[in-house]
Structures are given as structure tokens and as C-alpha cells.
Design a protein around this ligand. Structure first.
Ligand SMILES: NC(=O)c1ccc[n+]([C@@H]2O[C@H](COP(=O)([O-])OP(=O)(O)OC[C@H]3O[C@@H](n4cnc5c(N)ncnc54)[C@H](O)[C@@H]3O)[C@@H](O)[C@H]2O)c1
Length: 470
């Protein structure tokens, strides 16, 4: 759906008016386009004491071909960073060039072991934040607090969360700020995640905390075709006829996957049209029908599948006193129970291959709750429960399971919301605007990436850092 306020305040007249009367001015977000360079510009690097992730940063900077400069407050680690081939010089505000702006700020906080050692965070971001350009990127790297050896270390690492989330709220101008906790031994597994958070693909993902876990056989860094990471893989997407599902199908196909789109028989024409465009396969099934899991398993059996995206979902909003049993039941069934039945069928028969990916679509309603959505929020919180409970069991097979939790995304589902509530939903986030289906789709593509093997059991909000449920 069109956000006319965003279009208006970004017109010359609208921008002037917004400035003079102090209206919020949401930025037009820079999103990934295949015909434009994904990475570029100058990246400033900072670090606390004894940073452990310099190899990971060196490999990232080399692989995406950006120029990096160390901030002077990182004096402590300049010799170290030079050894890792990271430096091209020291950052001065003037280095940010005539456009005056840096593309990203990366801070390695992994060596911070005590709250008294947090100051370099202040020093680095105090000096650099104003030089970060529109739609710039902030990534803070740390160690998972729960993996820390001492309470002091745990405390200091946990502090990074409040710090990064606050930066996201302060930065504005379409800038995102995210925190990546890298487990010891997972250094070779972090590149796909860092690329995602640096890229315009993560335009509407901010204030998130992601953990990258280690696994067996991680001694050498795997290599990927970063343009076609899903080549040779097969991906099932439910609810693929329109909205977010159609966008997920199209992004996964663009990354090389063969997509099998599922939708209800009444959406068959739209599903066929979407799949034709992507050279995919259309399956017209109601996922909640009792026979659906066996039918889906039979359709996929011969070639198997690598990625399952549970996107199909419905709303039937009413306060609980007015909600019929049928409205309760259908939402729970389609949004939650059907996913459980389908995964059981695919996992039991080994149709979802080892090393596979399961990705659920939850919602910030499932995190925060929402008036009139007891059924929907229960189903979406249940999706989070599935992710958390199943991740440890799937680990031995190398299968990851994660969920995205979209905030306000411009689709036919949100177009049905009454105007005043819709406008509030759009603005109550750090980006002051709704997201696009492609923002959810790109986040799912990162979770589906073969390089995301260390990311499992997690819920990533795609909500522009919504104030709701934060
Ligand atoms: N739009 C948002 O702001 C938003 C926010 C949070 C979460 N979500 C979630 O994202 C997902 C997609 O939402 P959307 O906005 O694109 O919705 P949408 O209504 O535009 O699309 C949903 C698709 O799922 C299909 N579907 C519904 N029931 C089905 C069934 N029984 N079997 C097979 N297919 C079925 C529909 O036909 C439709 O094509 C949903 O799970 C929704 O809950 C959306």
C-alpha cells in the first residue's frame, strides 16, 4: 500500500513544510537492487580492549571490498588490526569525504570483560555517529553473555544490548543498529550475518540481537557464491500467491532456489501467475486440511526440499468476548497447528534434507499481544515457541529453525486496518514508516542462506525497531 505521508514529506514542498512545522520526516529507505552495488563507501572500525573478532572483520572487509579506517579511539588495537590487514589509516571526521558521510560503523566489543571497560563504545560512537550517512549501518559485535566465564563479563556483554538498541533509536535517517553475539569458535560462521546487516537488504531490521553459534567442522571458513547462494536448493513457501509470501518466493528464486509455492485453491490463478514468473512449481492446497501434510510430503518426496518457509497466515480479529469458536480455531489451525503437522511429515520422512532450514513467520503481535487478537497473538507466540523448542533437537541434523516477526508491513492484510490505527502502526518505529514485503523476504533469505548455519532458535523482528513490544 502507498504511504502518501512518506511521499509527501520527501517532496521539495513537503520537506520544507515538515521542517518549518516540525513534522517527522521518514527517510526513503535504500533497499537492495540487483543493478546497484550492494556495498561501498567508507567503513569506520572501532574496538574495545583485546578484540577477538578481527579476523572475521578482516575477511568481511576484504570480501565486500569496502575501505575501512580505524577510529583514533581504537589506538589500543591499531597494531593488532594492522596485523589482520584491516587498516588503511586512522579515521578523522574529514576522511568521510565530500559527501561527508560514512557508510557503516563496526565495533568489536568482544574483548570487554568488565563494565569499567565499556567507555570505548562511547568514544567511538560519540565521534563517528554524526558522520554516518543516511541509511548507514551500525553493527556491534560481542560474545553471548550466557557463554561468559564470569558475572562481570556477562554483565558487560549484556550491556551492549541496551547500548545498541538506544543507538538505533537515536540515529534516525534510515540508519539501522544491530548487535551480533558471536560464540567462541563461530568466527568462521559470521560472514553471511554481517553481510546481511551491512547490506541494504536489512533496510527495515533494526534494534535486533542475533546470536551466531559454533558447530562441528568450523575450522575453515566455507566459501559461497554470494550472488546465487541458494543455487541447487529447493524451497517451499506457503501462502505464496500474494503479499509477503509472493515476495519471499521471488527473493529466494532470485538467489537461485527452485521455489514450490503453496496456496489455497481459490488463490490458484494468482499462485500460478507468481510461480510462472519464477519458473517455480505451484501447489494448490489448503495447509489446514487434514490430508495436506501427506499431500505436500508426497508432492515433494522425490526430490526432497532444503528450505521450508511457513508464511501462510490469517487474522480474524475480535475481542475474546465476541470471538466465535470458529474464528479462534481457524486462526490457530492455519497459523500454527498446520505448520507443526507439515514439519512433522517432512522431518519424519527425511524429505527436509539434513542441513535444511525452517523459517516461521511470527508477528510482533505474538511478542506484545494486541487488542482483538487473542487468537492471532496466541498463534504467533506459538510459532516462537516452536522455534525455541525445536532448535536443539534439529541441531544434530544441521537443520536450523528461526522465525521472523514482522511489524507493520504494507500488504493487503494491513490495508484492512482502520485508518487511524494504520497510521499509528506505520509511524511508531525508529524508521517512522511501514516496511515492505521485500524487507521480510530478504530477512528470510539471510536465514535460509547456507552461511547462516550458526543462526538457529532465534526470532528476528522486521519492524523498523517498533516501539510495540520492544
Ligand atoms: N502484513 C503485516 O503487516 C504482517 C505483520 C506481521 C505478520 N504478518 C504475517 O505474514 C504472513 C503473510 O502476511 P500477508 O500480509 O502477506 O498476508 P496476505 O493475506 O496478503 O497473504 C497470506 C497468504 O496466505 C494464504 N493462505 C491463507 N490461508 C491459507 C491456507 N489455509 N492454506 C494455504 N494458504 C493460505 C492466502 O491465500 C494468502 O495468499 C502471515 O503469516 C501474517 O500473519 C504480516
Amino acid at each position: 500500500m502507498n504511504d502518501s505521508y512518506l511521499n509527501f514529506v520527501n517532496s521539495p514542498f513537503g520537506a520544507r513544510l515538515a521542517r518549518s512545522v516540525g513534522l517527522p520526516k521518514p527517510e526513503v529507505l535504500r533497499r537492495y537492487r540487483a543493478d546497484q552495488p550492494e556495498f561501498g563507501g567508507l567503513v569506520a572500525l572501532g574496538a574495545g580492549r583485546e578484540p577477538h573478532l578481527l579476523d572475521a572483520l578482516a575477511s568481511l572487509v576484504a570480501s565486500i571490498g569496502v575501505t575501512s579506517v580505524a577510529h583514533e579511539s581504537a589506538g589500543l588495537w591499531v597494531p593488532l588490526a594492522n596485523r589482520h590487514g584491516l587498516m588503511t589509516g586512522r579515521f578523522e571526521a574529514a576522511d568521510s569525504g565530500s559527501q561527508g558521510k560514512l557508510a557503516a560503523l563496526l565495533f568489536d566489543a568482544s574483548g570487554i570483560e568488565d563494565s569499567t571497560q565499556l567507555e570505548p563504545l562511547h568514544g567511538f560512537f560519540h565521534d563517528t555517529l554524526r558522520s554516518l550517512g543516511k541509511c548507514g549501518r551500525i553493527i556491534v559485535l560481542g560474545r553471548p553473555p550466557e557463554s561468559c566465564a564470569t558475572p562481570r563479563q556477562w554483565t558487560a556483554q549484556r550491556a551492549l544490548e541496551g547500548f545498541t538498541r538506544s543507538l538505533g533509536k537515536e540515529a534516525r535517517r534510515g540508519i539501522t543498529a544491530n548487535l551480533v553475539y558471536v560464540e567462541r569458535g563461530a568466527e568462521n560462521r559470521v560472514e553471511a550475518t554481517l553481510r546481511f546487516f551491512l547490506s541494504p537488504r536489512s533496510a527495515y531490521v533494526s534494534g535486533q540481537v542475533v546470536r551466531v553459534a559454533a558447530g562441528a567442522g568450523d575450522e575453515t571458513a566455507p566459501t559461497f557464491d554470494w550472488q546465487q547462494p541458494l543455487a541447487g536448493r529447493r524451497a517451499v513457501v506457503t501462502g505464496a500467491a500474494r503479499g509477503i509470501g509472493a515476495s519471499i518466493a521471488s527473493v529466494l528464486a532470485a538467489e537461485g532456489a527452485h521455489v514450490i509455492g503453496i496456496d489455497i485453491p481459490t488463490a490458484r490463478d494468482a499462485l500460478d501467475a507468481t510461480m510462472r514468473q519464477l519458473n517455480g512449481t505451484a501447489l494448490a492446497f489448503d495447509i489446514a486440511a487434514p490430508e495436506a501434510p501427506a499431500q505436500i510430503a508426497a508432492a515433494l518426496d522425490e526430490q526432497g526440499v532444503d528450505i521450508v518457509v511457513h508464511n501462510a497466515g490469517i487474522t480474524k480479529d475480535k475481542t475474546i468476548a465476541k470471538m466465535t469458536e470458529a474464528a479462534w480455531q481457524s486462526v490457530i489451525d492455519i497459523n500454527l497447528s498446520a505448520q507443526e503437522r507439515i514439519d512433522d511429515a517432512l522431518l519424519a520422512a527425511g524429505i527436509l534434507r539434513d542441513g535444511g532450514r525452517i523459517i516461521g513467520v511470527s508477528s510482533i503481535s505474538g511478542i506484545a499481544g494486541n487488542l482483538g487478537q487473542t487468537n492471532y497473538a496466541a498463534s504467533k507466540a506459538g510459532v516462537i515457541g516452536r522455534v525455541q523448542s525445536m532448535a536443539p533437537h534439529l541441531r544434530a541434523r544441521g537443520i536450523t529453525i528461526n522465525a521472523v516477526a514482522p511489524g507493520f508491513i504494507e500488504t493487503q492484510m494491513t490495508a484492512k486496518i482502520p485508518m487511524t490505527i494504520r497510521e499509528a502502526g506505520r509511524r511508531m518505529n525508529s524508521m517512522s514508516q511501514g516496511g515492505q514485503p521485500v524487507d521480510v523476504a530478504q530477512t528470510i533469505a539471510w536465514l535460509a542462506h547456507p552461511g547462516s548455519a550458526g543462526v538457529s532458535g532465534q526470532i528476528v523482528r522486521v519492524c523498523g525497531q517498533s516501539l510495540i513490544g520492544a
